[in-house]
Design a protein around this ligand. Structure first.
Ligand SMILES: [Zn+2]
Ligand SMILES: [Zn+2]
Length: 86
């Protein structure tokens, strides 16, 4: 099973800041309706991991680390589940 943890950008009130809201490299909003990107969020489809930080690069790094853990951990996880079930 492959897990996904897509990155999403949000405004301070929690609403989605969509891709068409452009920002300068410093994060300043260029879209007239955009109050500014407050944080970036990633939620893994495994349901056991999520992250919410103002630094997009940091969320992306953590996300990749978490997903690579899934790739390595699947066999271990299956063994654990089998033990739990016995
Ligand atoms: Zn926005
Ligand atoms: Zn996960």
């Amino acid at each position: 099973m492959a897990y996904r943890a897509p990155l999403t950008n949000h405004h301070a009130d929690g609403t989605l800041c969509p891709a068409e809201h452009k920002h300068t490299s410093s994060g300043k909003a260029l879209h007239p309706d955009c109050p500014g990107r407050a944080y970036t969020q990633a939620i893994c489809s495994c349901g056991g991991w999520e992250m919410k930080q103002s630094g997009k690069g940091y969320v992306n790094e953590s996300r990749k680390r978490h997903l690579s853990g899934h790739a390595q951990g699947l066999k271990v996880l299956r063994d654990l589940l089998r033990l739990d079930g016995s």
